[in-house]
Design a protein around this ligand. Sequence first.
Ligand SMILES: Nc1ncnc2c1ncn2[C@@H]1O[C@H](COP(=O)(O)OP(=O)(O)OP(=O)(O)O)[C@@H](O)[C@H]1O
Length: 562
Amino acid sequence: MSREATAAPTGASAKARLRAIGDVARNPLRAAAASGVAGGVLVLPQAALIAACLQRALVDHAPPATLLPLLLALLATLLLRAGLAWAGRRLADRAVETIRIDLRARIARGLVARGPVWVRSQQSGALAERMGAHVDALEGYFGGFVPLRAEVVGVPLAILLAAFFVDRTVGLVLLLTMPLVPIFMMLVGWGAQAASQRQLQALTRMGGHFADRLRGLGLIRLYGRGDAELQGIRAAAEELRVRSLRVLRIAFLSSAVLEFFASLSVAMIALYLGLSYLGMLDLRATPLTLGMGVFCLLLAPEFYAPLRRLATHYHDRAAALAAMDEIAMVLEDDVPVVTDDGVGTSDASAPLVSARGIALRHPAATHDVLRDITLDLGRDQHVALTGASGDGKSTLLEALAGWLPVHSGSLQRAPGLRIGYAPQRPFLFAGTLRDNLRMAKADASDAELEQAAEAAQVMRFAARLPDGLDTVIGERGFGLSGGEARRVALARVFLRDPDLLLLDEPTAFLDPDTEAAVLLAILRFAKGRGVLMATHSDAAQATMMQVWHVRDGRLHRGRHAP
Ligand SMILES: Nc1ncnc2c1ncn2[C@@H]1O[C@H](COP(=O)(O)OP(=O)(O)OP(=O)(O)O)[C@@H](O)[C@H]1O
């Protein structure tokens, strides 16, 4: 039997999750970082070659032809650096694309695993934001920040060593100013993550708000609420603007801090070199040549260049951490899992589903809709489920179908059980009726589709449509009546060839004639299968062997067929 069990949330931090997500593109990310470091270190020969050219041309007065090899080597270095930068960019882009695709797939799997009841409890616009804008918010982190991390360590270290080698004072200035930069960046970064999180939450809220209002546009017009709703959208957009500006302010501040320290230390080096040339400062054992000075001056800004680039991506890290917290809500990792405990039996008399003392509660609700439900449903057991509106019939069907995890107790299903569930509000996609039916069985032949449509009385209305089953219907079944949409859902159940049919008011909205035909089709199809049918219809109840009632949160057994 399969059993529903709740997996403990992993509770992983956003940082650990980001690391795990980056694992799918570990190699391109490493290669991008390596080309960044190589390109950065090449600044040493580049500066050395420029310095040597100037020394020979201006101080040694060497003939121009002798400079040619140096100039060619310089050109080769520049080309190599450009090539490495291009390759690094390509690799980082490829890594970002891989991560994006993988993450979106994981979010989709998370949504599927959480089930339609959970998804229904969320704002669809907010979910779309998590899949769209929030995933895109990781681009700057993986495409910019991550490859730069290695560069920030490797390149300044190489430059520092070279500077010490040429002039100890210059090396010392670089060494002393270096720690100031990360310290200030960290101070700024503390506020950045919280601000990014608030910005993303505002974005989620606005997306959710907007998508909801768009869907209910007809209703908004009907009740003349257009202006009031516009105010709501304006307020959500204003909140987003304020929070985005706060994030930008922090980003600019961190860049300004860095620029300040970088400029200050370059100025200190320039001052030291100038004073040395003028003979006003003498800290060296040997005289300072023009080439040495140029080399140091060229290297000084390059020393801070990776850090400056990292600073521009520093708020990307904060944004990525904030986005990760939002995305984690819909990832697959923390979803209750259905495990197979292997106690099932192929015995035809064994129940298809078996519940022991289950309590059912909707996500975010504070009380159980149903409690202490114990039931077995076997093959050839046909049960009508009745009860007052809102007493929990649909809730029980959703739990048996696996859409709603049980709150407590145990629910077991026979291994490999095929369930056909026709919900009260079936979801129909924009497309042809035929496409909508084929969802239940992708490889169904046209004959199979037509047979299922005929049995579920879909052909009664489809035959009158201009293109029959090839008629295009709108999103959520636009263009079909409530009764017609339910018959499409029933045809899907027939196509699925299930062991257990869970039908939620399949004959609601139908005229007595069509209802009788639908009930007959269900009965014919139900042979050798289990059926639980929620219904308010006396005619539907009369066709079932047993009637179960839900009342006051409990299940009561009723009539048995003779
Ligand atoms: N997503 C949800 N969150 C919180 N409560 C919910 C949610 N969905 C349904 N409920 C509540 O659960 C209770 C049972 O609802 P359910 O749809 O199962 O009733 P029902 O017996 O099928 O009603 P009907 O005959 O009108 O279809 C109702 O009080 C309803 O308000």
